[in-house]
Design a protein around this ligand. Structure first.
Ligand SMILES: [Zn+2]
Length: 378
C-alpha cells in the first residue's frame, strides 16, 4: 500500500517535472517569437527607410548636377561677357580713331576747297597777274595754247585732289557707320548675356535652397535609419540573449524536402514580377502535400500564418541559428514544440506570396539571412 502511494507520488512528481519543463519552453518560445516578429518588422522598416534614403540621395545628386551645370553656364557667360566687353572697348577706340581721321580729312578738304577757290578767284581776277590776263596777254596763238593747257592742268590737278579727298572722306564715314552698327550689335549681345547670367544666378539660388532642404530631410531620414538599425541591433541582442544558453544542435542540416531536390529559385538578388529584390532563402519546387522535414532538431518558435510566407514554421536550433519553412499547405507542429531532425513538420503548399507549390527555406544566424546551401547537404 505504502509502495503504491510512493509510486503515485513519483508519477505525479514526474508529470509535474514534464509540465515544469514544458511551461518555460513555451514561454521562451513565445518571447523569441515576439522578438523575432519585431525584428522582421524592424528589418522591413529599415528596408523601406533605406529606399527612401536612396531616393532622397538621388534627388540631392540630381540637384547638385543641375547646380554644377548652371555654374558651368555662368562661367561661360562670364567668359562671353569679358570677350564682349573687350570687343566693345576695341570698337569704341576704333570709332574714336576714325572720328579723329574724319576730322583731319574734313580740315584737309576745307583747306583744299579754299585753295581751289583762291586759285579760281585768281584765274578770273582782272589786271596783271590774273590767269586770264596771262591767257589773253599771250603774244601768239601758240603761246595762248600753251598757257591754256597750263591753266587746265592746274585746275584739273586741284579738282582731282579734291575728289580724292572726298573719296577718302566717304570711306572713313563708311567705316564709322560700320563700327557704330557693330557697337550696337555688341551692346545688344552684352545685354542678352547679362540678362541670361542674372537669370542663371537667380535660378542657382533657388536650386541651392531646394538642395539644402533635400539635404536636411536626407540627414533626418538617415538619423531615423540609424535609430531603426539600433533598434534592430537591440532586438538581435535580445534574441541572442534568449538563445544564449543554448548551443547549436550540431552537424550539417538535413535537406528539408522529402520529395524534391530541385531549386527553382536560388538565394540572393533576383528579379520577380519585374522588380529587383533580395531572395532571402532558396525555393525548392515540390509536389503539393509532400513532406517538409525539420533540417535539424530544435524548438518551434513560430508556427502560423504570414501574408508573405503563408503558413510557415520557424525552428530555433540554438547558437543563434534559426530555419524557416514557408508557403506550406498544412502545419503539423505548434509554437513551443520540440522537434527532432528529419521530423515531418508541415506539408508543401502554395500559400502566401507564391506562384506554385514549393518550399521557401531560410537559414538565419542571429537574425541575418544566410545562403542555406552553406548549411544543408543537398
Ligand atoms: Zn522563396
Amino acid at each position: 500500500m505504502k509502495q503504491k502511494l510512493f509510486k503515485r507520488i513519483i508519477c505525479l512528481f514526474m508529470a509535474l517535472c514534464v509540465c515544469a519543463a514544458a511551461v518555460p519552453s513555451r514561454a521562451f518560445a513565445s518571447q523569441l517569437d515576439k522578438a523575432q516578429s519585431n525584428l522582421d518588422q524592424k528589418n522591413q522598416e529599415i528596408k523601406n527607410q533605406q529606399s527612401q534614403v536612396n531616393e532622397t540621395k538621388n534627388q540631392s545628386s540630381a540637384l547638385q548636377a543641375e547646380i554644377n551645370s548652371m555654374e558651368r553656364q555662368i562661367y561661360s557667360k562670364n567668359v562671353e561677357l569679358n570677350r564682349l566687353n573687350k570687343e566693345i572697348n576695341k570698337t569704341k577706340e576704333e570709332i574714336t580713331e576714325v572720328l579723329a581721321q574724319i576730322e583731319v580729312k574734313e580740315a584737309e578738304i576745307a583747306e583744299q576747297n579754299s585753295a581751289l577757290s583762291a586759285r579760281l578767284r585768281a584765274m578770273y581776277k582782272n589786271g596783271s597777274g590774273g590767269l586770264l590776263t596771262v591767257l589773253f596777254g599771250s603774244s601768239s596763238m601758240s603761246s595762248f595754247m600753251t598757257n591754256m593747257d597750263m591753266v587746265q592742268r592746274i585746275y584739273s590737278a586741284d579738282a582731282d585732289m579734291l575728289a580724292g579727298m572726298q573719296a577718302q572722306y566717304d570711306e572713313l564715314e563708311g567705316s564709322r557707320k560700320r563700327l557704330q552698327a557693330l557697337k550696337e550689335t555688341l551692346l545688344t549681345q552684352q545685354a542678352n548675356a547679362e540678362a541670361k547670367r542674372v537669370q542663371l544666378e537667380t535660378d542657382i539660388v533657388g536650386l541651392s535652397e531646394k538642395k539644402r532642404e533635400v539635404d536636411k530631410s536626407l540627414a533626418e531620414q538617415q538619423d531615423q535609419l540609424k535609430q531603426l538599425k539600433a533598434e534592430a541591433d537591440a532586438l538581435t541582442a535580445t534574441i541572442r540573449k534568449l538563445q544564449g544558453d543554448k548551443s547549436y544542435a550540431g552537424g550539417t542540416m538535413l535537406w528539408p524536402s522529402a520529395a524534391s531536390r530541385y531549386i527553382s529559385s536560388p538565394f540572393g538578388n533576383r528579379v520577380l514580377f519585374g522588380v529587383k529584390e533580395f531572395h532571402t532563402g532558396i525555393d525548392i519546387a515540390a509536389a503539393a502535400g509532400t513532406n517538409i522535414l525539420a533540417a535539424n532538431s530544435g524548438t518551434v518558435i513560430k508556427a502560423g500564418y504570414n501574408n508573405s510566407y503563408g503558413y510557415m514554421i520557424m525552428i530555433d536550433h540554438g547558437g543563434g541559428i534559426v530555419t524557416l519553412y514557408a508557403h506550406s499547405s498544412k502545419l503539423l507542429v505548434s509554437t513551443g514544440d520540440v522537434v527532432a531532425r528529419g521530423q515531418v513538420i508541415a506539408l508543401i503548399g502554395s500559400t502566401g506570396r507564391s506562384t506554385g507549390p514549393h518550399l521557401h527555406f531560410e537559414v538565419r544566424v542571429n537574425g541575418a539571412y544566410q545562403n542555406p546551401l552553406n548549411y544543408v547537404s543537398r
